[in-house]
Design a binder for this molecule. Sequence first.
Ligand code: HEM
Length: 490
Amino acid sequence: MTISNYTVLDDPPLYPPTVAPAQRTLSLPEFLYKLVRNPLRVTPDLAYQQPITVLGGKGGGRQYVWLAEPELIKTVLLDERAKFPKSSDIDERIFGPILGDGILTAKGADWRWQRQIVAPLFRSSELADYVPKMTTAAEDLLEDWRNRGSRMVQPIDRDMTKVTFAVIASTIMTADESFDTAPMEKAIDDYLAKISWEIAYGMLNVPNWLWHPAKRRMRVAQDTLRAAVTELVRAHRKDEAERDDLLARLMKARHPETDEPMPDALIIDNVLTFLAAGHETTAKALTWTIYLLARAPHWQERIAQEVKDVTRGAPIDGTHIDRLIQTQQVLKESMRLYPPVPLISRQSAGATELGGEKIKERAFVTVPIFSLHRHRKLWHDPDRFDPTRFAPEREKSINRYQYMPFGAGPRICIGASFAMMEATAILATLLRRARFEWVRGHAPEPISRVTLRPKGGMPLRVWVSSTPTTNWHSLSYRDPDAAGFDRNTT
Ligand code: HEM
């Protein structure tokens, strides 16, 4: 098979790990057990096949709805969005304690105001300036790997979190180097690790005060985060430097009706929102992409070759990003198989009708991005890794509401272009000097913890060359005596 200038060595086909859907209606204890372990396990098998699946709702019980038809998803996220606001029982419950009333959780006029204030920072024209900070973070990681010795097995999921956190802190917040980000990274991780307890309690209407095994850990994480960001805001207020970062914009903002400045509590909510939403998602996109490349070495080499061709050996800059076409194809296919945000939820404001089904008030309406991206009637060979689906001429036939890693409608991810640019810049920088090798047998289950995490982490063997000019084709990074590598091995 030939695509553009490259020959694709496409054998054997790759079917990377997935999650088995629920084959039948689950009893309440089964539902709870599966939900806490991995919310994707309660997605009914029907949601991979039919436009709308409605369960529950008998008597006074809660109704659960899964959508998998582009037109119905458009109805909920765009055309009739007032009938399906963000879920107060889920979104507010799980994000409220940490993100308060920031842009991700706010509704109506409160949300619109905040979105207008920050939108200019995310225009494509502004973003290219961030590329050097993105590549620097990736270069730092390469150096760190090299200092540990080439051919080491590395926790790629943790490494990607570190890199993307450094990027968000230095671009959006322009945090200075003395600002210690490690406790915040850990607190966000702790908060999300056991989040499905809150999701399960929210879905079952369990009161907020009731104990669960992760309650204390989440509260400590919450306090750590707020304290760190409060300090960051205080430091910015003292610093007279002229900035045009997110924090500066929030501080200068005036409410359109009252002309009041934004209260500090809301500024802190938003800083936390951008720190959390702006790194964990991109980290997961990169983690799964690198895993797929380790499983499909011919694609890894194609991308490395594309990077070489486009940059002619120079470091990645803003002018290269749009020309790294195959790199972006692989990222898009990776986010199809492993959408960093695997589930989007809404809640019906009143009784209504959707796709011929009667929907009750306060029904949970899920847009199951994970199963939508693997829907058996919408995709050919859905579980197969095939980046050629996103070749420019083929991508045009994909419905806007069939592939939506960044959501859709007015609440679409504000950082979508930022994230694509960042993931492309980081991946391309890493592949200039590194190769990734699968640790045989590691096939992690994708687990939903708001973002899509690999169960058991993502250990991969990393080969780092001292120079970007290494001829990987002739040296083969599987050859232990290959020149250009450190001799330290694990
Ligand atoms: C691959 C990376 C990313 C993915 C897959 C992703 C995905 C999403 C999705 C699906 C939503 C919509 C949720 C809903 O409708 O309920 C969303 C919202 C949001 N994202 Fe992202 N995101 C990514 C990166 C980023 C980055 C880099 C930033 C900031 C720099 C960011 C900031 C936000 C914010 C603030 C919202 C809320 C927008 C609003 O409600 O108006 N995201 N994201």
